[in-house]
Design a binder for this molecule. Sequence first.
Ligand code: AMP
Ligand code: MG
Length: 413
Amino acid sequence: MSQIPAVLMPVEDALSRLLDSMRPFSAVQDLVLGETRGQYLASAVAARVDVPAFDNAAVDGVALRYQDLAEPGLTLPMPLRVAAGDPPCTLMPGQVARIFTGAPVPTGADTVLMQEDCEIADGRVRLPGRDDVTQGQNIRPAGQDARRDAIVIERGQRLTPQAVGLIASVGVPQVTVSSPRVLILTSGDELQRADESPLPGKIYDSNGPQLEQLVVQSGFPAVRREHLPDDPAIISDTLTRYLTDASQRPDVIISTGGVSVGEEDHLRAVLEAKGSLDFWRLAIKPGKPFTFGQVDGIPFFGLPGNPSAVLVCYLTLVLPALRRACGAQTVLPAPQTLPVNFSVNKPGKRQEYLRVRCLQEDGELRLQQHPNQSSGMLSSAVWADGLAVVPVGRTVSPGDRLAYFSFADLLGG
Ligand code: AMP
Ligand code: MG
């Protein structure tokens, strides 16, 4: 495909091709829970115990038998005291037990009253009437959260903090996660690192640091970065080195720059020579030069060089594909549909992702766009809290609704 494709591929088609072409990642890693960093589970987790393991009190109060209750004002002796962590005990008929949140409900008791609803004095309790109490109230039953041997989290789910908590609660100390090695290749003779003094004609590399954070923060901490000059021989040799050295061989390659139509854009040509190009050039703004192919069986995502295009293309195309290879059910969040307070007067030929902010106006959420949507700018992407999608051929007037994805939702919890 050395010729420029006459028609830009619609974003939807590109996404479904990406999703179809991803094979499950074979790279997995066993980690203790404290070492996880929001990866995707490579195997489901089953509960080792019931959670809760025993019926326990949901409040501080007294435990009793419902059938011992009668008219309001009845007083019963309270010879037992059971706190969280105590072993289970037995309650005799006609007695109540002092109980605290999380403590095992004594055998024989079937109801817990809040301490605010009774009067406790001198080892006895004055109780409300039976009609004011529901049998079983304020008891968290054994197995309510999880049943022993039942799957509590499926393969492909992300290890959010709450997922890690749930896994610990079912007595599982270690998990198996997808751990693809991601190689980030930045490219361009104009680039220098932020720790170097500024040189004439050069710019600081922002894609490398940005993309590394995007990849790490979306659940793929095994990242390696390499910079390539605009020299096809060196690009080719570098790729060969990564493909042939088993200790460095990546599971995914993501590049930035060098895939557009300029004379100094060599990455796509090297990809075609060493592997295969699946598609190139999408009806997306920013991000038209987006390229996808394979080298030696490794998926290769060629992102454009412009920093905001990197952000948009990673979040909307690359990350869903990575999620699919981890076995995730949901690869993109559902958008919100929100009214805008701006206009788009000219219908576009590409699906546009506008950097927007979600504002409260007159009790309603509204989207405001940053005045400068240049794909080279990152300050607008930092100002924004998400992306609004303007479909191909659409004009927009204030009050019209657009699909909106927050950056937080796109990155995933
Ligand atoms: P290219 O696609 O290589 O023609 O790059 C498009 C634009 O993005 C050019 O202005 C490049 O200087 C810029 N660019 C490419 N790579 C980076 C990078 N890593 N950091 C910041 N800007 C970049
Ligand atoms: Mg370049």
